[in-house]
Write a protein that binds this ligand. Structure first.
Ligand code: PAF
Length: 277
């Protein structure tokens, strides 16, 4: 695996792949890799002849009171995992390469980025859309893979790709979970043992609501019961909502729906979501 930190080196490597007519599959990450990321890499290996992964902890998607400074950074271990998985190229831009002095362009995807995490984390999706658009222009992938765990992020990227005519296929990869059902996340390492055990209440509550809605029970009552059960388990809730799976707005009859939640336990913000059949 080749590791590059300068745009000129990335461009040389990408031109080599494209010149040979190879299809590039790309997985953008912020590092601190776990099996969820490795599932994206495995899907990328199947989708492209060349796999490019980026590691960049993007300051623009962290709010002033969020965990940018303490976000886990494990480049050496990440690099070993990616090399073992057969990744061809690792792109690790320093912050001054990604955002040189004078950088002033911001990408804002209205609508889909506004509710839920958009409301709870102002500016977060502008930061995500801006860095992802830059990464797409840098890596020039044919196909990109994102985890469904960040379901609203995936919807924002799909909207941006359509709106800005990126000639890129966006694929969502199902959420990877621990044995007890907790969605894998780089932030799970922050959880002390007791709260880690309690955190399983989040996927369980979503499962209970999904079953109730699928059985035709009242959605609002099921959501209220889920909120109460999460509070009883020690969570502070940002939202537990049923939404339209494409726009993330209010659910619409006969369109796919998604159940999404964000809540904090021991100061760590966890998100999760599941499809409603
Ligand atoms: O999902 C992530 O890890 C980040 O939001 C992404 C897509 C790499 C952009 O910084």
């Amino acid at each position: 695996m080749q590791t590059v930190r300068q745009l000129s080196d990335l461009r040389d490597a990408v031109s080599g792949f494209r010149g040979a007519g190879e299809r590039i599959a790309f997985v953008p990450t912020m590092g601190a890799l776990h099996d969820g990321h490795m599932a994206l890499v495995a899907a990328a290996k199947l989708a492209g002849q060349r796999v490019v992964v980026s590691i960049f902890v993007n300051p623009k998607q962290f709010g002033p009171n969020e965990d940018l400074a303490k976000y886990p950074r494990k480049e050496q271990a990440d690099s070993r995992m990616l090399a073992d998985a057969g990744v061809d190229l690792l792109w690790v831009p320093p912050v001054e390469v990604m955002y040189p002095d004078g950088h002033s362009t911001n990408i804002s995807v209205s609508g889909v980025s506004e509710p839920l995490d958009g409301a709870a984390r102002p500016g977060h999706f502008d930061g995500v859309a801006t860095v992802v658009a830059k990464l797409f222009n840098q890596v020039k992938p044919d196909i990109v893979l994102f985890g469904e765990k960040d379901f609203q992020q995936l919807a924002v990227i799909r909207r941006m790709v359509a709106d800005l005519d990126f000639d890129i296929e966006v694929r969502g990869v199902p959420t990877q979970r621990d044995d007890d059902g907790l969605a894998l996340s780089s932030r799970n390492v922050y959880l002390p043992a007791e709260e880690r055990a309690a955190a399983v209440a989040l996927p369980r509550a979503l499962g209970v609501v999904a079953k109730a809605i699928e059985k035709g029970e009242d959605a609002e009552a099921a959501l209220a019961a889920a909120r109460a059960s999460l509070e009883a388990a020690g969570f502070e809730i940002d939202y537990v909502e049923l939404a339209d799976a494409e726009t993330l707005g209010a659910p619409v009859a006969d369109k796919p729906r998604r159940l999404l939640a964000a809540a904090r336990i021991a100061g760590t913000r966890l998100i999760d979501n599941i499809a409603i059949d």
